[in-house]
Design a protein around this ligand. Structure first.
Ligand SMILES: [Zn+2]
Length: 236
């Protein structure tokens, strides 16, 4: 195992812009220097799940630039991260804004703590694909054509992969989490549904609710393996 580079503190990688959010924030992706990325690993499509951003950032900062083999988006919803909200700056749940067959104009409801009622309403947008963040990510994925997308969320503590792929099984084993075929409630217009309709395999990686130190201990090694190509050998 190589030592963290001296740049462990600041993020020295140069991202590429792939668009702008509704509020004008840069949407950024980190890509391998020489390889074409097989995986796209992304955090914070929900801005209030920004530990995904913190963990991915630490992974990026703890490897040498030439070890990066996957495309990485630290925050697919940067304005949500800055505001601490699940939604983007227009009040839209970006993970219900994809132009899927099941997209619905009805408000979507979420709970902010386990055990609380699922009664906080957000908009799914004016139409599937209405938001700038959604349009940009769709274009990006159609360009990158990743063999696997891993979208990191929190804090249900499970690995959502209806195919129970070998990679999902390994992540579940290493993290002592269960593989589930869905998150247990309808998610019309979700990014995952859209990926499936595009025949792009997707794993929804729901971080568990636990202390940050333990979360880093368990999940940073797995996420590092996802961004450095360790898992390429388990691609079907
Ligand atoms: Zn989420």
């Amino acid at each position: 195992m190589s030592q963290p580079p001296t740049e462990f503190g600041p993020l020295t990688y140069k991202p590429r812009g792939y668009g702008y959010s509704e509020k004008g924030s840069a949407l950024e992706i980190f890509e391998p220097i020489s390889e074409t990325a097989k995986f796209l690993i992304m955090g914070s499509i929900h801005g209030d799940e920004s530990l995904s951003t913190v963990l991915l950032s630490e992974c990026l900062r703890s490897i040498q630039p030439d070890e990066l083999q996957s495309a990485v988006i630290l925050a697919a919803n940067p304005d949500g991260v800055l505001a601490g909200t699940r939604c983007n700056s227009r009040g839209v749940d970006l993970n219900r804004n994809y132009p899927t067959e099941n997209w619905s104009p009805d408000p979507v409801y979420y709970r902010n703590r386990p055990g609380n009622p699922q009664n906080i309403a957000l908009s799914p947008g004016d139409a599937g694909g209405s938001e700038a963040e959604t349009k940009a990510l769709i274009e990006l994925i159609q360009y990158l054509k990743p063999r696997l997308v891993v979208s990191i969320h929190g804090y249900l503590g499970c690995i959502d992969d209806p195919d129970a792929s070998p990679i999902a099984q390994d992540i579940a084993f290493r993290s002592s989490m269960e593989i589930v075929p869905d998150v247990g409630y309808a998610t019309p217009g979700s990014f995952g549904s859209w990926c499936k309709e595009q025949d792009t395999p997707i794993i929804t990686y729901e971080l568990p609710s636990m202390g940050v130190t333990e979360l880093k201990q368990v999940h940073i090694p797995i996420l590092k393996d996802l961004i450095t190509g360790h898992y390429h050998k388990l691609l079907i």
